[in-house]
Design a protein around this ligand. Sequence first.
Ligand code: ATP
Ligand code: MG
Length: 178
Amino acid sequence: MYLKSIELQGFKSFANKTVLKFNKGITGIVGPNGSGKSNVADAVRWVLGEQSARQLRGSKMEDVIFSGTENRKPLGFAYVAITIDNSDHKLPIDYEELTVARRVYRSGESEYLINGHTSRLKDVQELFFDTGIGKEGYSIIGQGQIDKILSGKPEDRRELFDEAVGIVKYKKRKALAE
Ligand code: ATP
Ligand code: MG
C-alpha cells in the first residue's frame, strides 16, 4: 500500500488543478519558504477527515479555500483527492486502488467521496483504522509532534501503540456497542 497521487484544486495556495504523482519509495518535496510544501501535507490531513481548522494552520475551515491573490479572484470551493495503491489489500476493501476525496464550499456545504461514491466522514475514518493513515495516525508527523509524543501523557502515547498493533477498530466498536 502506498500513496500514488494527490490532486488539489482550490485548496490553499493550489488554485489551479494540480496533480502530484508518487512512486514507491521516498519522495522529497522541496521549494522556497511559503511555496506550499506544508499545504500538501495539510491537504492529506484534510482529505482524511481533519475537522480542526487550527490543525490545518487556519482559524476557520473556510481558510482551506484559495483566498485569492493580487491578480486572481478567490475560489468558491476546495477539493482534494488522494489515491492509494491497495494491490496488497492492506486496506479492507476489494479495490486495487482507493481514491478518497473531499470537497467544501464557502457556504460550509461539504462532501466526502470514496471511489466516486458519496460517503460519510465515518466511512472514511473506518477505512483507515489501525493502518496508521487516519488523521490521528502516525503517518503524518507534523512539526513539534515528536516532542509531544515524547513528553505526552501515558494515555495519549498508548493510543499510538493501539493504532500500531491494530486494536483501534475493536475499541471503537466496543464503545459504540456500549
Ligand atoms: P516553509 O518552507 O516556510 O515551511 P512552505 O513551503 O511549507 O513554507 P506553506 O506553509 O505550505 O509553505 O504555504 C504557505 C503559503 O500558502 C502562504 O504563501 C500562504 O499565503 C498560502 N496560503 C495558505 N492558505 C491559503 C489560501 N486559503 N489561499 C491562498 N493562499 C494560501
Ligand atoms: Mg512548511
